[in-house]
Design a protein around this ligand. Structure first.
Ligand code: CDP
Length: 244
């Protein structure tokens, strides 16, 4: 948060945002299931100007062995940003931010994945952010769900993710990079629409209780839009012409 460009109009008098979207309109979303032949499952997402590739490996043996669990499988997630993915070159060393996002995505996916069916094994999810423009954790989480499904890992539901936020005193769907920097709040949400369960909810900024409730509603509605696109990506690969 915090006013990077004080002159930028975040919301004009007609309710149009700085990138031309309406208040409840997400950015353009494209998801492709599959694509990486050496992965057990994969997906590619474009979410606005975010471009993210996800590869899933497993269930497979756990190395180091002491990390394995005799009662259940484990999920491991690595979120990684390419140095060229942002305007100002990112240091290639793992950052605190990447460690945090890896952790929240792992915890957001765990309720969806039936790890108890694969004791002693690991499912590894590798997320490569090729281009970032605000909202990469939501885009990555949505793509990771599709990649897990593409790998044939049994799941209770897919996790769809989208952020809502507060910009120019208004609750809006899918906060972009400019809005994230200059806006008042950003709330990434991960949601399983069939099970009606939220698996990720973070909040950067300050909201009143009423704004908080509205933000969750708007974000969950955005997740439902993402969910339809996730399902279509899998349908295109397995029942349509989009397969490899
Ligand atoms: O990407 P997300 O919104 O989930 O996480 P964030 O920490 O709120 O980052 C917001 C945005 O800041 C990212 O999507 C990038 O576009 C940008 N960013 C950057 O320019 N340089 C970095 N080293 C990290 C993030």
């Amino acid at each position: 948060m915090g006013g990077r460009d004080a002159t930028m109009v975040l919301l004009d008098e007609n309710g149009i945002r700085c990138d031309g979207r309406k208040v409840n309109e997400p950015r353009r979303i494209m998801i492709k299931a599959g694509g990486l032949k050496n992965a057990d499952g994969s997906a590619y997402i474009e979410f606005g100007d975010n471009k993210i590739l996800v590869g899933v490996f497993g269930p497979r043996d756990v190395h180091p062995k002491h990390m394995s669990n005799t009662d259940t499988g484990i999920l491991r997630v690595r979120y990684h940003m390419e140095p060229f993915s942002v305007g100002e070159r990112k240091n290639p060393a793992p950052s605190r931010r990447e460690i945090e996002i890896s952790k929240v995505i792992k915890e957001a996916l765990e309720p969806a994945v039936m790890l108890d069916k694969f004791p002693r094994t690991a499912v590894d999810v590798f997320i490569e952010v090729l281009q970032a423009d605000g909202g990469t954790r939501c885009a990555a989480l949505s793509a990771a769900s599709v990649a897990l499904a593409d790998a044939g890992i049994p799941m209770r539901d897919m996790v769809a993710a989208c952020a809502a936020g507060k910009v120019a005193d208004t609750i809006v769907l899918d906060v972009n990079n400019e809005e994230d920097q200059a806006g008042q709040a950003d709330m990434p949400i991960g949601y399983m629409p069939n099970l009606e369960k939220i698996t990720l909810l973070q909040l950067d900024g300050v909201l009143t209780p009423e704004e908080y409730t509205k933000c969750v509603q708007v974000g969950v509605d955005g997740c439902k839009i993402v969910y339809d696109i996730q399902k279509k990506a899998l349908q295109d690969k397995y029942f349509g012409n989009g397969g490899d």
